[in-house]
Design a protein around this ligand. Structure first.
Ligand SMILES: Cc1ncc(COP(=O)(O)O)c(C=O)c1O
Length: 511
């Protein structure tokens, strides 16, 4: 049964909504909207009647009627029957107009029958190809509200800024400095996310046929960017070891960086650059210990290789294991950061931290890709970075619960899948009992799920025995997803002729 909200409960949630800085109906509507965006009022909740709410809040019925009307116009309330509208989230149509989503959309995932803007799974599927989270709605919304008041000061300018807005660069620099990596604003280039940052770096540093060292497996979109630039990827495999920060759920050894192999590849192949994800590596979830960070930096310096460190997932430190940013070990390190996992991928805001000279090269290389980032996003991002940790406790706590749920579900329903418990990040890298990752991916939609096959994370068809399963969805959806995986596995076991592998895994949207 759909929930309903009684007037005193809503009044408690609203708190001090009536600040007197705007018409009362607007203030009331704004706070209700924030509660919905933030997930504190669930979707499809029946709101109190106009009369009951006006009595509970001690305001005129006209104020409540106008507030509800405003919420309806904005797509946050259904027309409903009588005056008891239900909460909704508006979505964009191709024409840019807002329409109402179906009831049942949770703040933590897509549900059958709904479509989200952007790279959504086909309707009706639980999407396990994305390891990503919905926005910290209230925090993001508040940052944009503040940004809107600051925008007028920028309007007389031309609006082009290849380096990024100074207040944002200063704020990002201050965070690095506080983390033990002294940084000035001139060492920061603002980008439209980490993927954009990597493309700028490749464009500036690596030409066709240049060698680029990558971990194997690695983040698929990074591998695509390296391939698209005509560079030659040099894959270095992980090794089985008792790695810090990750435990095999069944007590066996976890994967770890093979420092010997990394050093040998650098010395022998002298790659132009190396792209690594030492912080909750995507897809393995591994965390590189400080001793290896130091070794990596040294090996890159000896080989003359530019070390590019992607810290996109660093904030998702579920177990609180402390490590130093790799840049703390050398000023030559190029670091990529992003708000996509800490706050929301829809912000499309990230940055590069490097030496001043290197940042100048990146800024020059950027102008063939774009002429700067959108200023509203940067104004909002400055607020978000200033209070970067604010949304993290709630986010990390939910992710810890999801991680526990996923590992238990996998152990219970797919006991012959080997799993490791990652110390952070968003996913579990599962080793399958047979090379059926692509086959599972192909039949997965029949069971209501969308998967990213293991080979998408590798080069030349590797990782048919692996599947990345994200725990970014809430436990109830994870349960449905794992039961679907079990059914898909059963079908393959019963019909081995369905097994197939693809040399080049289909390039579906993944994050
Ligand atoms: C390691 C890594 N790098 C980059 C990205 C892309 O980040 P952004 O959304 O900032 O482009 C992701 C997203 O999943 C990621 O996991």
């Amino acid at each position: 049964m759909s929930p309903s909200l009684n007037p005193p409960a809503l009044a408690r949630l609203l708190g001090e909504w009536n600040l007197g800085v705007a018409p009362a109906y607007r203030e009331l509507a704004d706070v209700v909207r924030l509660l919905v965006l933030d997930g504190r009022v669930a979707l499809d909740t029946a709101m109190p009647s106009e009369r009951a709410l006006s009595e509970a809040l001690g305001v005129s019925r006209t104020t409540v009627t106008a507030a509800y009307g405003h919420l309806r116009e904005q797509g946050f309330l259904s027309s409903g029957q009588g005056s008891r509208g239900r909460t909704r989230i508006p979505r964009l149509t191709a024409l840019g107009t807002t329409v109402l989503t179906d009831p049942g959309l949770t703040t933590a995932g897509r549900t059958p029958g709904t479509t989200s803007p952007g790279l959504a799974a086909p309707e009706g599927l639980i999407d396990l190809a994305y390891a990503s989270l919905p926005a910290c709605g209230e925090v993001v919304h508040r940052a944009f509200a503040a940004a809107l008041t600051e925008l007028p000061a920028l309007l007389p300018g031309f609006g082009y800024d290849a380096m990024g807005l100074l207040p944002l660069r200063e704020t990002v620099a201050a965070r690095y400095t506080a983390a033990g990596v002294p940084t000035t604003a001139e060492q920061i280039l603002v980008t439209s996310g980490a993927q954009h940052a990597l493309n700028i770096i490749i464009r500036a540093l690596a030409g066709r046929q240049d060698r680029v060292l990558v971990e194997h497996p690695s983040y698929p979109n990074a591998l695509d960017a390296i391939r698209a630039a005509g560079c030659r990827a040099i894959p270095v495999a992980f090794t089985a070891a008792h790695g810090a920060g990750t435990d095999r759920a069944d007590g066996g050894p976890a994967l770890a960086w093979d420092m010997h192999a990394l050093q040998a590849a650098m010395t022998q192949q002298r790659p132009r650059m190396a792209y690594v994800v030492p912080d909750f590596h995507n897809p393995t979830g591994q965390l590189m210990p400080d001793v290896q960070r130091r070794q990596l930096v040294r090996a890159a310096a000896v080989a003359g290789t530019v070390l590019v460190v992607d810290e996109t997932l660093r904030a998702l430190n579920l177990d609180g294991v402390e490590t130093s940013p790799v840049a703390a070990f050398s000023p030559a390190v190029v670091t990529i950061g992003s708000l996509s996992k800490s706050h929301w991928a829809g912000l499309r805001t990230g940055w590069i931290r490097a030496s001043e000279a290197m940042i100048q090269r990146f800024a020059a290389a950027r102008t063939s890709l774009d002429l700067g980032g959108p200023l509203m996003e940067q104004l909002a991002a400055a607020h978000l970075v200033r209070a970067l940790d604010e949304p993290l406790p709630a986010r990390l706590s939910a992710l810890r619960d999801n991680r526990t749920a996923l590992l238990e579900l996998l152990a219970g329903h797919l006991p012959d899948w080997e799993t490791a418990r990652p110390a952070g990040g968003l996913s579990v890298w599962c080793r399958l009992p047979a090379p059926v990752s692509t086959a599972l991916t192909v039949i997965a939609p029949d069971f209501g799920i969308r998967l990213a096959a293991g080979p998408r994370f590798g080069i030349g068809g590797a990782f048919e025995r692996y599947l990345r399963v994200p725990f970014s969805l809430p436990p109830d959806q994870l349960e449905t997803a794992v039961l679907a995986l079990r059914s898909a596995q059963d079908r393959l076991d019963a019909a081995p002729q369905l097994r197939r592998t693809l040399k080049n895994a289909p390039a579906l949207a993944i994050a």
